[in-house]
Ligand binder design. Sequence first.
Ligand code: FAD
Length: 388
Amino acid sequence: MISFENTEIAFKSKSNKSLKRAYLLFKIIGNPTMVKIGKVATNTALNLRLPIQGLIKKTIFAQFCGGETIADCKNTIELLGQYGVGTILDYSVEGKTSEEDFDKTVNEIISTIETASKSKNIPFAVFKVSGISRFSILEKANLHADSLNENEKIEYEGIVARINKICNAAFEKNIPVFIDAEESWIQNTIDRITHQMMLIYNKHRAIVYNTVQLYRHDRLVFLEDAINESRLKGYHYGVKLVRGAYMEKERARAKEKGYPSPIQPDKVSSDNDFDKALDLVIRNIDIGAVCAGSHNEKSSLFLTELIKNNKLEKSDKRIYFAQLLGMSEHISYNLSDAGYNVAKYVPYGPVKEVMPYLLRRADENTSVAGQTNRELSLITKEKRRRGI
Ligand SMILES: Cc1cc2nc3c(=O)[nH]c(=O)nc-3n(C[C@H](O)[C@H](O)[C@H](O)COP(=O)(O)OP(=O)(O)OC[C@H]3O[C@@H](n4cnc5c(N)ncnc54)[C@H](O)[C@@H]3O)c2cc1C
């Protein structure tokens, strides 16, 4: 059985300097007061245009991002590739609202697909539907696309056209593309359009992957239905499985608006459904493909066991593990060392514009205290081993 304890393998791509930087960062991130102060100070400094971008670039940005442009990410892509870990270029600019900006983002995503098609180290592309559309339209269309007025319908069709442009480029270049999962009040819209795309592009293999969040109590049934439908209609079902990133927000909104929370009652229920979803997809791998987007050691181990028990190859390209850059190196590198397919999301974009992403990483590591402690204890172990 694979072990995630080997820190020599886990951090083999890290120089002493970057290991020390990671240690310091996780120490700071693990302290809620420091994160609070850091967030206010960073936002204020950026708004006042104080010259702190250099500092951000050398610290938190260097840990969690590949660079400001695709070209900047070259070193990261090569370094990961050297150890058998793939890159998924994630253009992490958020909060845009104009049609012009959305079109620019679409072109940027298509550039990631073109870059992937020329590199053996980039197995997938990825995008967020909210990054190329107005949130309020996605929200309004969530119940049914028919609830939109004439102008909104035109805008909605524009969104479908943009997504189709990306998926078509992915199909033409033979680079599978993940469509990220987002808040439940826009997710029906995302699921609906993703389904449309799968019908077009997944006839022979999974090019378009939906994302299923198992912190939602209704998603296992959703996944089962989706797989059954794809079998019935004869297309491949590609799916990225995640637990889900918007738990607090989901619960707070449900409480505020007085509807039942879509989130599981507890962590164990999310964990159980995540592993059941892995099992379900592996049992249907003949018409599917899966990426386990997780930093959870047990679930990652469970997937290795499923691969073995179902007599599949570790290197079967239909099965991938994925983590975020700068996190859970012990999972990524030990899995890759053992022969499994692994890739990292490599976020990139101008420093100021990827700040929301970086602040979420800080929040996530602060709220999931166990995760930060685990990162710190592994880095400490490796520092000791190296005698630094
Ligand atoms: C490659 C990759 C891609 C991702 N893509 C997406 C995406 O498209 N959409 C998205 O939403 N997220 C995405 N995520 C984030 C992901 O959903 C998780 O937030 C994050 O990875 C932490 O979960 P984990 O599986 O690593 O495991 P763990 O750290 O074991 O689990 C933490 C997660 O469990 C759930 N949880 C925690 N406490 C409770 C509780 N009390 N009750 C119920 N559930 C609980 C929450 O989802 C929490 O984030 C992605 C992550 C990765 C690595």
